[in-house]
Design a protein around this ligand. Structure first.
Ligand SMILES: Cc1ncc(COP(=O)(O)O)c(C=O)c1O
Length: 382
């Protein structure tokens, strides 16, 4: 098996992650609830995950980072809870995943918010100027997918924030957290959402959000926190305000280990590795008859997710043939991002076949993918 679907979830996980999950499952612990040693140990593990992520994102106060089940829950928490009301205006990029786009569409339908989408150019790149042009007095939030999970296109996040002139910005870092240096986001961003199971190398069922000092969110759910238990009101201090219910202890133990791996390897080294593979893949694709790349070819403007179509093949037939011929796992179709496909013009034709590389992929695997694509191209195009 050659795993090239890391944008969906990373595989393999480092052995330390599996060991940490197993150890947590073998411990009798409900973190932050009881006073016994096992419960305290579980709390410490979760604290380690919070500390590691705060270091990765350059956050001054790790209590402002709350864990959620995934980034979908984190995005919903911000979008539903940041106080948007009828007539408030939101701008998003054209590359939003459905986990941001569907909550936005529901806020439009049910709460009467107004939503504009900033266009992208022919390569699927966003420009800060396009966000600036959409600003109105009623603009209360901008939502930006840091890297497209379809094309890998990176948004110029900090420049967009500067163009917004004080309007708060929510960054969806699902595809960038752990894959590149984000150490400065805590100094300029308003809301950051991340998921734990992609480049942060943790298990599924982990993710979270951070909000800067001065912002507050209405929690999506209220419940037990192990703190202020005498009160029927959800605590208003972070992270407890946003962490109702028993934590996913074994998941967060795995995330602590995944983020330790990322910090020890170094996000810049991870990016260098990923970009070397992506460059090799893009160079090879340029030689294959009928192969087209949807998205930027400049490595500075992208991450290691590459959207491909091949003449004569539908995206799903191509993905199936790659698996059949060489055990290569990719993802076909729309990748839960119809807005991105609409902007690129690949919606009507059934989307693209997406290759996405991670820290454990090798140059030899890229060669196999290219050879297989070349062979499949020959079958249809001669
Ligand atoms: C850009 C982006 N945002 C959000 C998500 C949703 O992630 P999760 O399913 O972990 O909530 C994904 C997952 O593919 C994504 O790529």
């Amino acid at each position: 098996m050659i795993y090239m679907d890391n944008a969906a979830t990373s595989f393999p996980k480092p052995p330390e992650v599996i060991e940490a999950v197993t150890a947590a499952l073998n411990a009798p612990a409900s973190p932050g609830r009881s006073g016994h040693a096992a419960s305290l140990a579980a709390s410490r593990t979760i604290h380690q995950a919070r500390k590691n992520l705060s270091k990765l994102f350059g956050l001054a106060d790790n209590r402002r980072l709350a864990f959620t089940a995934n980034i979908t829950w984190a995005l919903n928490t911000v979008l539903e809870g940041c106080g948007l009301k009828a007539g408030d205006h939101v701008i998003s990029s054209a590359l939003e995943h459905n986990s941001a786009a569907r909550p936005l569409a529901r806020l439009v339908a049910e709460r009467g918010i107004l939503w504009d989408v900033a266009p992208v150019d022919g390569r699927g790149l966003s420009s800060p100027e396009d966000f600036r042009k959409l600003l109105r007095p009623a603009t209360k939030l901008a939502v930006v997918n840091h890297a497209s999970n379809v094309t890998g296109a990176l948004a110029p996040a900090r420049a967009i924030k500067e163009a917004l002139g004080g309007v708060p910005m929510l960054l969806d870092a699902a595809q960038t957290a752990g894959a590149m240096d984000l150490e400065d986001v805590g100094t300029w961003l308003d809301y950051l959402c991340f998921t734990g199971h992609k480049s942060l190398l943790g298990p599924t069922g982990t993710g979270g959000l951070w909000l800067r000092e001065g912002l507050a969110l209405r929690p999506l759910a209220t419940g037990g926190t192990g703190s202020a238990s005498e009160s029927l009101t959800q605590p208003d201090f972070l992270p407890d305000a946003l962490e109702a219910g028993t934590a996913n202890t074994h998941g967060l133990a795995g995330l602590a280990a995944g983020t330790t791996f990322v910090r020890q390897t170094g996000p810049r080294n991870i990016r260098r590795h990923d970009m070397n593979l992506t460059g090799q893949f893009l160079d090879g694709l340029a030689q294959i008859k009928g192969a087209a790349v949807w998205g930027p070819t400049d490595l500075e403007q992208r991450v290691s997710t590459v959207a491909v179509t091949l003449g004569g093949w539908s995206s799903s037939d191509l993905a199936a043939a790659l698996e059949r011929e060489a055990g290569i796992l990719t993802r076909a179709g729309l990748q839960c991002a119809p807005l991105a496909h609409q902007a690129l013009g690949s919606l009507a034709s059934g989307g693209v076949t997406r290759f996405s590389f991670g820290i454990f992929n090798t140059a030899a695997e890229i060669d196999v993918a290219l050879e297989t694509l070349d062979k499949l191209s020959y079958q249809k195009m001669g």
